[in-house]
Design a protein around this ligand. Structure first.
Ligand SMILES: Nc1nc2c(c(=O)[nH]1)N(C=O)[C@@H](CNc1ccc(C(=O)N[C@@H](CCC(=O)O)C(=O)O)cc1)CN2
Ligand SMILES: Nc1nc2c(ncn2[C@@H]2O[C@H](COP(=O)(O)OP(=O)(O)OP(=O)(O)O)[C@@H](O)[C@H]2O)c(=O)[nH]1
Ligand SMILES: [Mg+2]
Length: 447
């Protein structure tokens, strides 16, 4: 394809900046802008080796000294002939080098265009391409790890295995339907049933993780809920390891919700400190309490903070109710360094006992959160709506096929093809051609 070029690194003064070129004649094109110090032009140097030299602008004046490499077609990221120039990370100098590349025949690459070419050249499926983008955008270490695994094809392989199973099924099916006179090994209904059940199982497992990917990308929205003075703000500070929010001995200190990302073990929480829940008289506090309830309702996790040194009260009751609106609930008894109120432990035997003051029990919270949000298997985690939609459609079609099988096998085949089309979308493959190809390859019809 036509050569494209772009600055691949951030446009900010930095130690090194990389310019990338990909497409037909990329090496020769880069050779007109980069001259190796050793004398031989870059495209005559061995590929995939680094060379030191000078970079020139449009008028062949030296703008930088750096390194360059070229990759032959078939052995590069995009699959096309490519080159990379390693300049000093000066936005201005790199802009000049890029202009020179344009003058030599490249055009500016669009967003994601290198990866799109890698996909078009069959070097990765669509889920891997998406994972490359997810990795770059990852805000949490966990999300980065997931994306790295998926960019290597973990999710794609799972979807591909389901696709291959359905392809095999429909290929046999089609052969029977299209060539009824040929002596073909018949497709046994129980085999079909088993194959469809396997597909359904895997697709269900995939769908059950939907949403988890999105939560992980930015962290788990987590509301700290409790009555005034329970110790919510102190707990946030203890978990964050800094005095992020105001703590005072006066009940009703926190009014507005305050959010702070906190990494606990493998999981990043977006901790939301909230106003203590009670029947507030003053308007600002009342509005604050409303926000607390809303934060809990929208949270993936609520941490209910009960003052371990004080008896259960009606306000705790209200807080428990508010916290229960979250998807998950973790109960903690605070102020473990003070004499404890025995009634609370009886009422909530599972509650963790923590002290923001001494740090006792904080490790238990980290462990509990890790248990609530275990690192999902990359092969089964859908990270976006597109993937979710495609898998949901595939699953529905497989279920329909399973039902149709008992009555109208022809309809069952149509549904299998629909499931494949949905998975094909997920992977970026095209099913129809594959089916035809397999029918002839595997069954030698017409021999
Ligand atoms: N310098 C540089 N670093 C980079 C990239 C890049 O394009 N250039 N990448 C771009 O995003 C990422 C790495 N991805 C890459 C994937 C494949 C190949 C590649 O050349 N593959 C060949 C050779 C494999 C081998 O030697 O075993 C191939 O698959 O045939 C390069 C980078 C991150 N780091
Ligand atoms: N001894 C002891 N005191 C604590 C602990 N945690 C909080 N406190 C005290 O309890 C009081 C209230 O703490 P906060 O963290 O402000 O409580 P809160 O739940 O945020 O209260 P509001 O913002 O009013 O809803 C303060 O005087 C804290 O010093 C603890 O672990 N041990
Ligand atoms: Mg507070």
């Amino acid at each position: 394809m036509e050569p494209i070029a772009a600055i691949a690194t951030a446009l900010a003064p930095s130690a090194i900046g990389v310019i990338r070129v990909s497409g037909e004649g990329a090496a020769a094109l880069a050779s007109r802008v980069f001259s190796p110090a050793a004398g031989k032009p870059l495209d005559k140097c061995p590929p995939r080796t680094m060379h030191y030299g000078t970079m020139s602008d449009r008028r062949r004046r030296t703008v930088d000294r750096g390194m360059a490499v070229w990759f032959p077609a078939g052995r590069s990221y995009t699959g096309e002939e490519s080159a990379e120039l390693y300049c000093h990370g000066s936005p201005v100098a790199m802009g000049e080098v890029l202009e020179a590349l344009f003058e030599a025949g490249a055009r500016q690459a669009g967003p994601g265009e290198f990866t799109r070419r890698a996909f078009l050249n069959g070097r990765m499926d669509l889920t891997s391409a998406e994972a490359v983008m997810d990795l770059i955008d990852a805000e949490t270490a966990e999300a980065a790890r997931l994306a790295a695994s998926q960019s290597g094809g973990a999710l794609g392989r799972t979807a591909q295995a389901v696709y291959d199973g359905l392809l095999d099924l429909s290929a046999r099916f089609s052969a029977v339907v299209d060539y009824p006179d040929e002596d073909l090994e018949d497709v046994r209904p129980d085999e079909i049933r088993a194959a469809l059940d396997r597909a359904e199982e895997t697709l269900s497992a995939l769908l059950s993780t939907a949403g988890r990917g999105a939560v992980m990308r930015t962290g788990v929205p987590t509301a700290l809920i409790g009555r005034p003075n329970a110790g919510k703000s102190s707990l946030l500070n203890a978990l964050a390891g800094t005095e992020r929010v105001i703590v005072t001995a006066r009940p009703g200190t926190t009014r507005d919700t305050v959010e702070e990302p906190v990494r606990l073990g493998d999981v990043t929480l977006r901790l939301i400190d909230t106003a203590g829940i009670r029947d507030a008289e003053e308007e600002a506090e009342r509005l604050g309490v409303e926000r607390s309830r809303r934060a809990a309702a929208q949270a993936e996790l609520a941490i209910l903070v009960l003052d371990g040194s004080a008896p259960w009260s009606g306000e705790d009751e209200q807080a428990l109710e508010a916290a229960s609106a979250a998807k998950r609930l973790l109960v903690v008894r605070s102020k473990a360094d003070l004499p404890q109120e025995p009634g609370l432990a009886e009422r909530f035997p599972q509650a963790l006992s923590v002290s923001a003051k001494t740090g006792r029990g904080i490790e238990d919270i980290v462990r509990a959160v890790g248990g609530l949000f275990p690192s999902p298997e990359a092969a089964f985690t859908l990270t976006n709506q597109r993937q979710q939609d495609a898998v949901r459609r595939a699953l529905e079609a497989v279920k329909r096929s399973r039902q149709a099988l008992e009555l109208t096998p022809d309809a069952a085949l149509t549904d299998v093809e629909e499931a494949m089309a949905a998975l094909g979308e997920l992977l970026g493959a095209t099913p129809r051609e594959d089916i035809v190809e397999q029918v002839f390859a595997r069954f030698c019809v017409g021999k």
